[in-house]
Design a protein around this ligand. Structure first.
Ligand code: SF4
Ligand code: SF4
Length: 172
């Protein structure tokens, strides 16, 4: 009996507390984004889809060394190297990637490939709109990776100072 009485008093109090939280947030600006009608705001370190970079003179950064493929935990990168010649030079080194493919269905966006790359050729940028109608379109070819925009126009990069050093209990 005592417990029931207690519940009769505490129940409405808990409901009122919960409604209070709802009321507090009712008049605040929503944090949800109406993508794709509105651009999505991402943090600069967000890891999205890959691109292959070029040097300023147009040569490909990739030298076909396959270190990215070796580092990939899901085995989703395939590289086939070929020799540069004086008549057909694609990269500054001896070799370039004749075939470079990433199977995006297997990628977990860990960034190990970018970490392993000695020339910063493969990097993860910000695009996250990766849905395809055909599974074969999820295999990104070298041409596609070389020509993709780093940050498509439906993405806005936030400039919040989220990584600013802040004093904590351990820093005196
Ligand atoms: S981000 Fe990770 S899983 Fe994706 S291709 Fe690179 S190493 Fe492989
Ligand atoms: S992207 Fe980098 S690690 Fe991968 S094959 Fe090209 S140069 Fe080597």
């Amino acid at each position: 009996m005592l417990n029931e009485l207690k519940e009769m008093v505490t129940g409405p109090i808990e409901v009122a507390k919960a409604m209070g939280v709802t009321l507090q947030r009712l008049f605040r600006k929503p944090v949800t984004c109406q993508f794709p009608d509105e651009p999505a705001q991402l943090f600069p370190r967000f890891r999205g889809r890959h691109i292959l970079q070029r040097y300023e003179n147009g040569l490909e950064r990739c030298i076909g060394c396959s270190l990215c493929a070796a580092a990939c935990p899901t085995d989703c990168i395939y590289v086939e190297a070929s020799e540069n010649t004086d008549d057909d030079r694609r990269s500054p080194g001896e070799r370039y990637a004749k075939v470079y493919e990433i199977n995006m269905l297997r990628c977990i966006f860990c960034g190990y490939c970018a970490e392993a790359c000695p020339t910063e050729a493969i990097v993860l940028k910000h695009d996250f709109a990766l849905a395809e109608y055909d599974r074969w379109d999820a295999i990104y070819t070298k041409e596609r990776l070389l020509t993709s925009p780093a940050t498509p126009d439906y993405i806005i990069l936030r400039n919040d100072q989220v990584f600013e050093d802040k004093p904590t209990w351990s820093i005196k």
